[in-house]
Design a protein around this ligand. Sequence first.
Ligand code: ADP
Length: 541
Amino acid sequence: SAAKNSPFYPQLLQTLKSVFKLPSFRTNQLEAVVANMEGRDVFVLMPTGGGKSLCYQLPAVCVSESRGHLTIVVTPLIALMDDQVKQLRNRFKVNAIAWNAESSVTERLLSSGDVPIVYVTPEKLKDSGFARDIMQAVDRKGLIARFVIDEAHCISTWGQDFREAYAALGELRQRYPNVPIMALTATANQTTIRDIISQLKLKNPVQLVQSFNRPNLHYIVHEKKGSKISDTIAEAIQARFRGQSGVIYCRAKMTCENLSKALSQKGIRATYYHAGLSPDDRQQAASEWLEGRVSVVCATIAFGMGIDKADVRFVIHADMPKNLSGYYQETGRAGRDGLPAECILYYNYQDLRSLRTMIDNDDNAASTPESKARQKLAVAEMYSYCRNCSKCRRAEILAHFDEKFDKKNCNKTCDVCSNPVSLVKTDATDIARSVLKLVTSAGNNRANLAQGQIVEVLKGSMSAPIKKFSGLDGYGEAKAEDKDLLDLVVKDLLFKEVLDTVSVQHNNSAFHTQYIQPGPKYQIFQKELDKKPFIVTWRPK
Ligand code: ADP
């Protein structure tokens, strides 16, 4: 590319290797760095994990005579800021600092020209006269090389992450007209991009907008039912990924360990990784996998940061992730070499249920009612993505990032497009009524109706475990209906929180049964049924 002809290129490549120990640039990194070194404003949209930090850390350590020495990085979270500083100092031996306190030490450091990178929150810049004075002083010495606005979408009132203090960053351009600005984000649609550029008053910025599409990844979703997940996954690996490198994401630490054991017993070389392990054990698990001594790692989402293996042929989710952004990021670890790789997601209603409970029970101070509501919406979006049987998965994932994708271009790289069937719309009002009647009756009669039994009861099965429900209202009321349709209606009502489940553990066993009961939306829905029909869309076998 043209960026390789830049006079800065040799020094940049050298520093990439010597300081950051990386062999080559990823998409748009070199372009961003070169444009910034040339003094241009830059806007970068890159998926999470794409390598945004390097876009400003590399120029920051390549001091150029014309540009000054100090890179000021505005970032929203103190925790993130401390992580970055630690990493720069320990791993890359770069003398970065986090600008937390108002101290003369900070002042001296910043004015000395010895510190290449300082991280600061937007609040600090906005509210502290001290900070502004120092900046002005440093600017007079010509030391400020660039401003970096990380998570730049926070400046836009269009997004959900708007931060008051970000708005004040619009003043940087007036105060420091000659200092180039680099704005970066992983989430912005066209409107937000325009907004960011105008708010920060970027001058004719170089826009590096990367598509989130990963054409070599195949997306597949299966509902978990019946057989044990470890058997299902072992079969899939033996059938399609024998000896190949892969990651299996699990929600719980215990699942990682159990799954890894079960796979090993079936002759699949596997290990596990989660935050409950000591740093040494984590390191060891990671290197066993990176070096190919095991092919599979069963991991929680703690696994991934900073892990970069090119030939990962599959990423399996044994449980449904919390949201599509996380799912995208985790599946993104597959196929970095550009060769085809598969992303297989196993989910069921219980995954949704336990995520909802987790959000409810989260007593972290940062979990406000609003943020809980947002997380629940995100979980619901994830679940709808899984249950959807008509829309291209790739198009759905990209739509989540506000990117349009014509499903004609999917070329059968998702399970929906490679297995098109005609969908049927059915008026399921009567079925829904029968379900509610049955659940009410079960409650009145203190009958424990398991999630796995309700369809059989609606069908009026005469089998031994079902017959005992024959006295309930609604028993056998949907005799003539398709089992799949009944199953779908029940799951839809669970999803809508019309129904709920309680998990009951059996004496001295790890075995749980999920019993059906009315959910928070039970009565509202009951009234709705009198006003409008309940329509479901499904694919009959
Ligand atoms: P982002 O901020 O976009 O989410 P990061 O800057 O945290 O991404 O980078 C994600 C990971 O990618 C890090 O582990 C980083 O070391 C790695 N990375 C960044 N650039 C490169 C590169 N050119 N080659 C290989 N790995 C890279």
